[in-house]
Design a binder for this molecule. Structure first.
Ligand SMILES: Nc1nc2c(ncn2[C@@H]2O[C@H](COP(=O)(O)OP(=O)(O)OP(=O)(O)O)[C@@H](O)[C@H]2O)c(=O)[nH]1
Length: 474
């Protein structure tokens, strides 16, 4: 049984779920504290922000109050803070509210596309949210803990900015359900991931300021060949690993001649945030290119008006058909009779309607047996594999009759529309692919179509008695 944590109209369940999620991640974050009051990672803000962006109806004051209550409870119970628990957590709330407000409008809720429509929006959202959060947090820390404002601000800002930038792309860019882990088994996919690990180890061994950037080429490689969720996960894990390595002194990134006195950790976090951006930009661009290619392929392979295969779509689909020189293949070429007259009498739109209706009737009669394609203008083709000549003829006749039998409704008039067909059947013979076989059959079928037109239209040529296997090819 699946437990649903959030539902649009269940206010109490939503508030309770948010309270518990916030409490859980606050508790985990508190146990990652290295200095007295700041955490090594404070992932709760980015996680809660992602939850709210994914469920936009949670973007309400009452739910923010539930998160705030959880943060205060956590700090009061586990850290023993009283008043600072309230003032410090206003900073966390600021991060969540600002980042959600900047991202929530851009989240696609359509079940297939659950993701942020432009991952690059995450960058300004994290920047502004981290700025506000750091400013309030450093002020509260200055008052409550007598910390230096500048140091506290740099800690808050670098931590929130880097954690947000590492976590939000991972949590918001794609629905994991649409991803298949089997994809990662091919070497072309896992080698880039392995090289991220290797470059991290080499960076830790060599040390120095440049070591943080060692994984960048490998991450960009991931961004080019892997889907966005995997790249975002690789970025997240790389960032976390580097911060942990720096904080434990394994990766020594800073000399003593620094101009600004930033702590190693603050510098590492800023470096990690910068590193996270480049592969993300590549990943988003690659994804856009992939989507565009898919859309272009779809547009090129299907006819917009009839939703049938286009001529190039037919040839593309033949690539999936197992090739054997023994297999027989047949082509039915259909042409609408006197279509120009239909256009002239009823207008071009009515002519389009006739083509759509013809396509529907063809799909109904021949859709399960063959590949139907709009070959061009008012000409259609059906390609049938492994069928006997009489089957090809019967199918052509069934299609012709389905069009001629039932009148078409054109601007208040009932009109009879007919089609003429030409057939050709053959085996591959000397040819090496279906593309050239079908090309030859189409020109043979075209000659037979001409016969149908010449003999009075609304008929199929030749009859199956004269249509012999292979005789029409070449
Ligand atoms: N409405 C519409 N008309 C189209 C489309 N594509 C081609 N046509 C028209 O189809 C007509 C084809 O006319 P012809 O090739 O002269 O043939 P026909 O009038 O069908 O006569 P026969 O084929 O000899 O029976 C032309 O007028 C084209 O403009 C289309 O997508 N929509």
């Amino acid at each position: 049984m699946r437990v649903k944590l959030f539902a649009e109209y269940q206010t109490k369940t939503n508030a309770l779920s948010l309270f518990l999620i916030t409490l859980l991640f606050c508790f985990l974050g508190s146990h990652l504290r290295i200095p007295a009051e700041l955490s090594l990672f404070w992932p709760v803000n980015a996680i809660v922000a992602a939850v709210i962006v994914r469920h936009p109806w949670l973007h309400r004051i009452r739910y923010y109050l539930a998160c705030f209550a959880a943060m205060v409870v956590n700090d009061t119970v586990f850290s023993g803070w009283a008043w600072p628990a309230v003032t410090l957590n206003i900073a966390n709330l600021l991060f969540i509210i600002i980042s959600v407000s900047m991202l929530v409008k851009h989240y696609l809720r359509d079940s297939d596309r659950r993701q942020i429509n432009n991952a690059l929006r995450i960058f300004p959202a994290c920047l502004l949210a981290a700025f506000a959060c750091a400013s309030w947090g450093a002020l509260a820390q200055d008052v409550g803990f007598n910390a230096s404002f500048a140091t506290a601000w740099a800690d808050w800002f670098s931590e929130q900015f880097s954690t947000g930038l590492m976590l939000l792309p991972f949590l918001l860019t794609r629905n994991w359900r649409s991803f298949s882990f089997g994809e990662l088994l091919s070497p072309g996919k896992w080698v880039p991931l392995l090289s991220v690990g290797v470059s991290l180890v080499v960076g830790a061994m060599i040390g120095g300021a440049g070591s943080l950037t060692f994984p960048v080429p490998a991450l960009i490689w991931c961004a080019i060949v892997l889907p966005i969720p995997v790249t975002s996960l690789a970025i997240l894990l790389t960032g976390i690993t580097e911060i942990v390595l720096v904080s434990h002194g394994v990766m020594n990134i800073q000399g003593n001649d620094n101009l600004l006195s930033l702590s190693h950790l603050t510098s590492a976090r800023l470096g990690v945030a910068t590193i996270a951006i480049s592969p993300l930009i590549v990943a988003v661009s690659m994804d856009a290119v992939r989507q565009l290619n898919q859309r272009l392929a779809l547009r090129a392979n299907y006819d917009f008006l009839t939703q049938l295969l286009s001529r190039s779509g037919l040839y593309e689909s033949l690539k999936d058909e197992p090739f054997s020189s023994q297999r027989s293949v047949g082509v039915i070429l259909l042409d609408v009779d006197y279509f120009k007259t239909i256009n002239d009498n009823f207008g071009h739109d009515a002519g389009d309607g006739v083509l759509e209706e013809i396509a529907l009737r063809m799909k109904k009669v021949a859709g399960k047996q063959g590949r139907i394609c709009r070959f061009g203008g008012e000409e259609f083709a059906i390609v049938l594999f492994d069928a006997r000549p009489e089957q090809l003829y019967q199918l052509a006749e069934a299609v012709r009759q389905s069009i001629a039998k039932e009148k078409f409704w054109l601007q208040g008039n009932t009109v009879t529309v007919t089609v003429s067909s030409g057939l050709a059947q053959g085996t591959a013979g000397e040819e090496r692919d279906w593309h050239s076989v079908i090309n030859q059959l189409i020109s043979a079928a075209d000659k037979n179509l001409y016969l149908s037109k010449r003999n009075g239209r609304n008929q199929t040529s030749p009859s199956f008695r004269t249509l012999r296997l292979a005789s029409d090819v070449a």
